[in-house]
Structures are given as C-alpha cells and as structure tokens.
Design a protein around this ligand. Structure first.
Ligand code: ADP
Length: 687
C-alpha cells in the first residue's frame, strides 16, 4: 500500500477512510481519479468517490485511537493500555475485525508490546517516514488457533515527534492490552523473562529427571508416571509460550502454537492418568475418581477426533478444565480421608489455579504462572516423596513380616523333623525285632506315614528357603551316572511297591562328567520321578537324558493318569494339585513342582511339562550343558563294617530321643557308645 500516493501523509484521516474501505472501493477510487482525462469528469468522479467514502470516513474517524506519548514511554504505556472491546471502538468492531491506532511519539525509540491473545496480525505504517515499517503476527485459521498464543514485541525505532499507524486484526470485541515500553524496560523485561523461563523450564526438566531416577532406582511406578507427566507438561508450556523470544523468522513458534491444543489434550490425558493411579487407593469408590477415569477417555477421544477433523479449542479447553476439576476434587476427597500425599496435590492444584484466575486481568500473568508453577512442582514432588516414604514403610513392614514367617517356618519344620526322625528310626528298629501278630505291619505303616510327613516338612522348609533366597547353588564337576544312580536307589523301592517299571537311560552324546550341582539336580529328578511313580500305579516311568539345543535335558515320562491341559500350567504354583481328589487319594503338599521349577531356574535352566489326561505326562527338566573332565578324587576310605565291632564312639546329641536312637543303631553293630548331651560335654569327655 503506497502511503505516499494521492493523499500525502498529513491527510491521514482521509487515508484511514481509504484504508477502511475494501480493496475494490480503493481501486475504484484510484481508477476514477486517473481514468478520466478531462478535469471536470475527474472532479465528478472524485466527488462521487468522496460521497461513497463518507461513511467509511466517519467510521475511520471514530475508529482511530490516538496515542500521544508524553515525555516518556512509560507514561504513554498507561495511555496505550486499550480495551478494544470498550466503547472507543465498539461500533467499529461490530463491522470490522481491524483497528487502527495512531501513535505519536515524543521520545526517540521504543517498543510496542502486544500480548497476542486473540491477535491475528499487525501492520505498522510510518506517517512521517514512507511505507510499511513492520508487518507480522500469527495468522492461523480458526481451527488452528492455539490454545494460548505467545506474546511478542514489536520494535518501533522512532525519532522525536514521529507518527505511526498500527493496524491490528483481531476477533470482534477482543480485549487487547497494548503497552509502549522504553527500550530499557523492554530489555529488562526480556531478561527477566528469559531468566524466569529458564528457571521454570529448568525446574520442570530437573524434576522429570529426578522422577525418572526415582523410578529407575526404586521401581516406584508413580515416579515413572510423574516423569512422563512433567515431560508432557514441559512440551505443552513450550508450545504455548515459546522460550524467551523465539526468532520470528523461525517457523517453530507457529508450528508449536498450532500443536499447542494437541499438547494440552495430551497433558490432560497424562495428568488424569497420573492422578488416577496416585489417588485410586485413598479415593476408592468416590464419584470424583470415576470422573477422573472418564476424563482419561474424554482426552483420548477429543485428541483422536481432533487428529482426524482438526483440533477444536473450545472442546480442548473444556476437556482440560474437566480434567483439572476432577483431578483436584479427587485429591480433595483423598486428602479428606487422611491421605497426606493428596494434601500436597491439593496445594499444587491451588498454586496452578491462581494464575488462571487472573489470566486476563493482570499483565504479569506469565511471571506469575512461572512463580506459582514452580511452587506447584515442589508440591507435586513432595506428594511423590510422601508416597514413596509410605511405600518404603510398607515394604519394610512386609519384609519384617516375611522374615518372621520364614524364621517361624524354619524353626517349626526343624522342631517337627527332630521327633519325626525318632519315630521313623524307632519304627524301623522295631521292625527288625521279632514281632508278633500284626505288629510288624503296624510298624511299617508308622514308618511309611512318618516318611510322608517328613517329606512334606522337608518340602515346606525347602520352599521357605527358596522364597527367602537362601538356597545356594554349588556347581561342581560331577559324574552324571552317580547322580542318576542315587535317584534310582531312592525311587526303585517306591516303584517296586507300586509295581511301576522304572528305567533310566542316558544317550551316548552325553558326556560322563558335567558341571552341575549334583544335590539340587538329584532333588528335582527325585521330585519328578516320585510324582511319576505315584501317579502311574502298575505302569512305566522312564528318565531319559540327552543334549538338546546345547542344554542338558532330563525327560521324565510316565504313562499314568495324566493331567488336564487346563490345570497343567497352574501346577507349578505352590500348593496346587490337579484336582480336589488328588490330596485324598495320593496325599502330597502341592509344593514339589513349585520347588522343582524354582530350583531349575536357579540352576540356570527351566522346567516344563506336556500331558494328556489318561495317557500320561512328560516333564522336561533342562539345565545348561557344560562338559567337564573327571574331578580329582580323594582316595576312598574303605570302611569294613565288620571291623566296627568293639570300637568306642563318643556320641554328642542334645535331643534325647535321637541320642537314644543313634545309640541303639550303633550298639546293634557292637559299638561301645559314650554319650554326651552337648558339644561342651563332648569336648570335656574327649580330652
Ligand atoms: P504333590 O505331588 O505333593 O501334590 P507337586 O507340586 O509335586 O505336589 O504336584 C502337584 C500336582 O501335580 C499333583 O498333586 C498332581 O495333581 C500333579 N502331578 C504332578 N506330577 C504328575 C504326574 N507325573 N502325573 C499326573 N499328575 C501329576
């Protein structure tokens, strides 16, 4: 637009009138003035144009807002704080979305400060210097309009007495406070803003790192969620405000501003997700908690719809406000019920809400948001720390209870095992005596039942040790055959009793010596084989050893009753049996498979099973296969039991029943036994 044209700078009222006409009117005016050669026709055309322009002239005259700066820019600043919705330009705004300001400066330089809430674009024309001085602004379409536009400054380099025209485009009835700032105060303001932005963004960034570290080191899920929340919040704030003064040439502010609505929705979603998890225990069953859950879905839905159809600011604001309302009221409910961490969240909510109350009333809103925002962040961190300390206390308590339980179980099973040893030992000794009638049979039953009981007690003890991580694995070079022989020795009597054909086979590819924990490996195999024998009366049980996928595999197969595939997996959990009748018919604790799987995993391997009801089961026990050479063995001591006769043995045992049992067994072999009730007596007797 050529401001040096027909009218000259000094006639700017007419110029405004022209500017307020639409483009067509303007061209018509120019054409009418220049088209006709004769002066009279030109005059008529000009007259007609002038008549046509009269209403615009009147409008323009009314719409001009004069800003006469006084001696300083700060005095002018007050005069320039305009409410464009006020009566000054009200009539104009009903017809136009544009306002003109005439700025007459009395100082040499300055800065025009436009908080661009609702501002679409601006143009500055110098009235005593030619042409457009500056032009810009955010010209987004309505559906792209950001939730919260960044503020910006328009620099005006002016000499004394210079006049400017500022043309701003804005929605009708908008309130746009405009301030003139001296360059110094602008620099001061900008520096403060940079520093406060830095502190605020830095605080959010640091806290999200802290929250992340809490999560990594303490496995605290609230910290993980908070860290995500803080990152989304940071993105949202940067999208809404930018950082300091982003260069206007960069497309980033516009892109971020366009995305700010989406960021707000994501922040709303993550906030409701965080608050829901954080408060669900203490605000259980409250309608506010349900509302919060609904907000999660609402945020997702608005986000999804926005991504497809374009984001709608009002809907996003509504969802965000709804999320905030339910988050705060849930925190209030939780705090009311005595949740200390929720009290900090309520405080954080109050701090976050303060600037929104003053959003459009005071100019330093952003600084206020930053200040109270940091306080709110501190409150959220305090809430998190409170939750963590509660969790730690609970964990300590649980660990204490678990420790107590382990100690109790260990001592209980020890207390049971000692007398059981006596029962088993004496009933076996009795069996060796000449007995009358059914007595032999009865003693056999006593011994068998006691062994079963001992087995259960041993399993409980093993399980409690495994749970307390007290089982150590000791892998040593071992002869595989020896381990299998031990298993066979223990299982064969049981198999014979149940008329089960029990065989062990090792494939040729398996080395004779392997690196293995022989005791734990045998324990798993005994467990699996005794189960197989127990559930395959009159059938067959095979142990097959091979190398599969560089692992040593023990396959324990039977053709017994089999297991329903629906319950098979669950049987590896403690105290589980295939059905209610199993305990009645076969006894057992339901711990064997749980212990075996835990041992297999401790050995670095696995335990799995396949089975078919009525056809039998196969258990696969696999451990890492490490071939090794034969260990150096100490010379075996040849014990000749015959030569024990007449020997003297000093026996130290504090349990009187076990002492008597051991004495009886030793004396049966013709050994002379000297008894000691404890270690001290034994030492004094030995000296
Ligand atoms: P327990 O044998 O003491 O009951 P386990 O944990 O060793 O405990 O076994 C759990 C359950 O798994 C058994 O009660 C039984 O129902 C089922 N089970 C285990 N091994 C077999 C098998 N070889 N054949 C059929 N059922 C089995």
């Amino acid at each position: 637009m050529d401001l040096n044209g027909e009218f000259g700078y000094r006639q700017h009222r007419l110029l405004f009138a022209e500017l307020y006409c639409c483009e067509m009117q303007k061209y018509w005016l120019f054409l009418s003035a220049n088209f006709y050669q004769s002066a009279s026709k030109k005059a008529v055309a000009l007259f007609c144009s002038a008549v046509l322009l009269l209403p615009a002239f009147a409008l323009a005259h009314e719409s001009i807002v004069y800003l006469e700066t006084e001696d300083s820019w700060s005095a002018a600043a007050e005069a320039a704080s305009l409410n464009l919705g006020s009566e000054v330009v009200n009539s104009l705004i009903t017809q136009n979305d544009t306002t003109w300001l005439n700025i007459h400066t009395h100082v040499t330089a300055g800065m025009l400060y436009l908080p661009t809430i609702n501002l679409n674009s601006y143009e500055i024309y110098g009235l005593n210097s030619p042409g457009i001085l500056s032009r810009g602004g955010i010209q987004l379409s309505a559906d792209q309009e950001p939730f919260w536009q960044p503020e910006f400054f328009i620099p005006i380099e002016a000499s004394w007495g210079s006049e400017f025209l500022l043309r701003i485009e804005h929605p009708r009835g908008a309130t746009i406070p405009i301030t003139l700032e001296s360059p110094e105060s602008e620099i001061r303001f900008n520096t403060t803003r940079l520093i406060s932005d830095g502190i605020y963004y830095g605080a959010i960034g640091l806290m999200s790192i802290f929250a992340l570290l809490f999560w990594v080191f303490n496995r605290d899920p609230h910290s993980g969620r908070l860290s995500i929340l803080l990152v989304t919040w940071l993105a949202t704030v940067i999208a809404s405000w930018g950082y300091g003064d982003m260069p206007e040439s960069s497309p980033l502010p516009t892109i971020l501003a366009a995305l700010s609505t989406a960021f707000i929705l994501v922040a709303g979603l993550v906030s409701s997700w965080f608050c829901w998890h954080f408060l669900k225990e203490s605000a259980k069953d409250s309608w506010t908690l349900k509302g919060l859950q609904f907000c999660m879905f609402a945020n997702v839905a608005v986000l999804a719809v926005g991504a497809i159809l374009g984001f709608n600011n009002s809907l996003a604001s509504l969802t965000f406000i709804g999320t905030g309302f339910f988050a705060v009221s849930t925190a209030v409910v939780a705090a009311w019920r005595g949740d200390a961490a929720a009290k900090y969240l309520v405080a954080a909510a109050i701090f976050t809400t303060i600037p929104f109350v003053f959003l459009f009333t005071i100019q330093a809103t952003q600084q206020l948001v930053i200040f109270v925002g940091i306080l709110a962040l501190v409150m959220v961190m305090l809430a998190l720390l409170q939750r963590m300390s509660e969790r730690m206390r609970q964990l300590d308590l649980r660990a204490e209870v678990a420790g107590e339980r382990e100690r109790f179980l260990a001592s209980l099973s020890h207390e049971i095992r000692t007398p059981l040893n006596g029962i088993i030992g004496f009933s076996e000794l009795c069996n060796q005596e000449p007995l009358q009638g059914n007595a032999k049979n009865y003693f056999e039953h006593i011994a068998r039942s006691s062994k079963m009981l001992l087995n259960i007690v041993n399993e409980v003890l093993d399980y409690s040790k495994l749970e307390a991580n007290e089982v150590n694995i000791n892998s040593i070079p071992s002869r595989l055959k020896e381990i299998l022989d031990d298993v066979q020795t223990i299982i064969t009597p049981m198999a014979m009793e149940r008329q089960v054909d029990f065989q062990v086979g090792v494939e040729d590819s398996v080395a004779a010596f392997v690196l293995i924990d022989p005791h734990r490996c045998a324990q798993v195999l005994i467990n699996l084989s005794s189960n197989a024998v127990k559930f395959s009366e009159g059938g067959q049980v095979r142990i097959n050893v091979s190398v599969v996928e560089s692992e040593l595999q023990f396959k324990v197969m039977d053709n017994g009753i089999g297991i329903d595939s629906k319950v098979l997996d669950g049987l590896f959990n403690p105290f589980r049996q295939a059905g209610p009748s199993i305990a009645r018919e076969f006894g057992g604790s339901g711990l064997g498979l749980a212990i075996s799987r835990q041992l297999a995993e401790l050995l670095g391997g696995s335990l799995s099973a396949t089975s078919k009801l009525g056809e039998g089961s196969t258990f696969y026990f696999r451990i890492p296969y490490v071939e090794t050479s034969a260990p150096e063995k100490a010379e075996p001591i040849n014990v000749d039991t015959q030569s024990l006769e007449g020997l003297s043995v000093l026996l130290a045992e504090d349990n009187s029943v076990n002492r008597l049992l051991a004495c009886s067994i030793l004396q049966k072999s013709g050994i002379h036994v000297d008894e000691a009730v404890d270690g001290e007596v034994a030492v004094s007797k030995a000296l």
